[in-house]
Design a protein. Structure first.
Length: 331
């Protein structure tokens, strides 16, 4: 249902489709379809995204649930797995099949219906089962996996972990991911980093990765001239090999950079998730809601690329095995 899910499930899809039939459903949000095309996966677009309006979101949820049910009811599905897809556990319950629901965002309202309907709930180790109980879930259904979800798939991407060559100041590439305009959980301002981008673009190469067409059009204005907006979503390997500093106003992509050892500043405006606090407390990334250009220059001068954490990658590999075992089990 969103861009980060493609990277999360890619290796699992590759592994299991040799022995099992795999059916992928998706919705057109952010870079989801583009990334699926990049991976050359066969997929089925079901429904649409209904924007930020809460009434439209609620109505759209019911519509897409019924669309998915209608599409899947004749497909003889045995098990459904999703990350943060509020639709999947509900449709699986309607179909009478086993479902696995993964989530690391304790602020997502959709967790309530998902926790209630899912057969198995998988959350990272630093989220408590009390949280699941408060959100209508049965703690007996919970499996806690070690580490963070980003390490589940990044630990297998060897191409992402090498250090980039040393760069002069005007050659350093800063990657920026703007805020999630349409996300239900996001409570911060829009376009709050515009001035920062304008001040930085004359000092560094700025690569801005928008969340869809509307955001790309905003940053395509004349005042942002010189800022590079890739015509297609960059692969993790491409981003990681070039990035000297990552500035992220969202979640997953910011954490990916931090897990890969890239100097990372989270500028997330809403309440931080537990997963973000976990990475900040361990020193993998920094958090600054309103950084100035001077702060960024100083930060980049004091921080350089480090080798990814062995601890995080080891936990990621263990978590991957745990997820796969549960997916392919009969229970």
């Amino acid at each position: 249902t969103n861009s980060p899910h493609i990277n999360f499930f890619s290796e699992m899809i590759e592994q299991i489709r040799n022995d099992h039939n795999v059916l992928l459903t998706c919705r057109p949000l952010a870079n989801t379809i583009d990334l699926l095309k990049q991976k050359e996966f066969e997929y089925h677009v079901i429904g649409s995204h209904y924007g930020a309006n809460k009434v439209k979101k609620s109505l759209g949820f019911l519509i897409r649930v019924m669309q998915l049910y209608s599409f899947l009811k004749s497909k003889q599905i045995d098990v459904a797995i999703s990350h943060s897809s509020f639709y999947s556990p509900v449709v699986a319950r309607l179909l009478g099949i086993r479902s696995i629901y993964l989530n690391d965002n304790e602020h997502a309202l959709g967790n309530r219906i998902s926790f209630l309907c899912a057969r198995t709930i998988m959350i990272p180790e630093f989220l408590s089962t009390d949280l699941v109980r408060r959100h209508w879930g049965n703690p007996k259904k919970v499996i806690q996996y070690p580490g963070v979800k980003e390490a589940v798939y990044l630990s297998s991407l060897d191409k992402c972990v090498h250090k980039p060559t040393s760069q002069k100041q005007d050659q350093k590439e800063i990657f920026i991911r703007p805020e999630p305009w349409t996300a239900q959980y996001y409570r911060g301002d829009r376009n709050f980093i515009d001035d920062l981008i304008i001040k930085l673009k004359n000092k560094y190469k700025i690569i801005l990765m928008p969340r869809g067409k509307q955001q790309a059009e905003h940053y395509g204005q004349d005042k942002f001239q010189g800022v590079m907006i890739p015509p297609e979503p960059l692969t993790l390997e491409d981003m990681a090999s070039r990035c000297s500093l990552f500035i992220g106003a969202g979640g997953t992509m910011t954490r990916e950079a931090a897990v890969l050892g890239i100097p990372t500043i989270s500028i997330y405006q809403s309440d931080l998730l537990a997963v973000d606090r976990y990475l900040i407390d361990k020193g993998y990334m920094s958090h600054k809601k309103d950084p100035t250009a001077e702060f960024v220059v100083d930060f980049l001068g004091r921080h350089s690329r480090i080798h990814p954490s062995t601890e995080l990658f080891d936990k990621g590999r263990t978590a991957y095995k745990l997820i796969m075992e549960k997916l392919l089990s009969k229970q």
